[in-house]
Design a protein around this ligand. Structure first.
Ligand SMILES: [Mg+2]
Length: 272
């Protein structure tokens, strides 16, 4: 192992493809989390999700026998609220939102003033999450406001959104539409950017090198961890095949790889 477990204070664990797939827990997930906590590690869950509030994921984990509170879950939607909070500092920004109820719930603390596509006034921020009721008028409003100087923020930049039986178009599709028209690049809160790990670093007062990022995706989980200066572990229980891992360029490779969380538990906690 390229690092010592004693140096790790916090485990940042991705959800989909790592802890569960759909509603099915993956092998070793509950035992992994329990063992990490027994050994004094902080365990938090980090997901690019934009649709649901943190409480939903806490309840889902609890139902699988993995104790978790909403405070231990960092979603990209929640992180977007924190990011806007840091920019507007208690001054209720005007927002034009492409997004649904779960994202709105996470922005509540900002006491935002939401504009509609009919409003002439330009929003201070255009926030783009997953919006299954997107239409031409909404895209028009977003484009106009970004052109008039609104901050352009993507909750994540994922081209696809994994669902039960395959994929649907993700947030990145809407961002591309707005970017094509405005030629402005969005600030993307979610992975592979490091903002969510920076929140964890602040909140649990640790150094980047004291974090082990555990994920199933090289170009999001592992890239975020590496960019932040964290240690990284890839599990092969999700989207990455052993062959993709083998063929990945050195800067994309994780510090550690395991078949699933049961195997990672073996490697980290029971092998010496
Ligand atoms: Mg995943």
């Amino acid at each position: 192992m390229e690092f010592s477990l004693d140096d790790i204070k916090l485990f940042a664990v991705d959800l989909d493809g790592v802890v569960y797939r759909g509603n099915v827990m993956l092998p070793g997930a509950s035992s992994f989390v329990a063992t990490a906590r027994e050994r004094g590690k902080i365990v938090v869950f980090v997901t690019n999700s934009t649709l649901r509030p943190r409480g939903y994921y806490a309840a889902k984990l609890n139902a699988m026998g993995i104790p978790a509170t909403p405070q231990e879950i960092i979603t990209a939607a929640h992180a977007t609220g924190r990011y806007l909070g840091s920019l507007f500092d208690g001054t209720s920004p005007s927002i034009f939102l492409l997004g649904e109820r779960g994202l709105k719930e996470e922005l509540e603390d900002l006491e935002p003033r939401y504009l509609t596509s009919q409003d002439e006034e330009a929003a201070q921020a255009v926030v783009v999450g997953l919006d299954r009721k997107v239409n031409y008028e909404k895209i028009c409003k977003a484009v106009k406001d970004v052109m008039r100087g609104a901050l352009f923020i993507g909750v994540n930049g994922d081209p696809l959104w994994p669902v039960e039986n395959g994929f649907m178009p993700g947030v990145g599709v809407f961002l591309s539409a707005i970017e094509t028209a405005t030629r402005v690049k969005p600030f993307i809160v979610g992975k592979p950017n490091t903002y969510m790990l920076e929140l964890a670093i602040q909140q649990w007062e640790c150094e980047p090198s004291q974090i082990l990022m555990v994920g199933d995706k090289l170009d999001s989980d592992i890239m975020m961890g590496r960019k932040a200066g964290a240690k990284t572990a890839l599990v092969l229980s999700g989207v990455t095949s052993p062959r993709e891992l083998e063929e990945a360029p050195p800067e994309m490779k994780p510090h550690l790889a395991a078949r699933n969380l049961a195997h990672l538990e073996e490697i980290l906690f029971h092998s010496r």
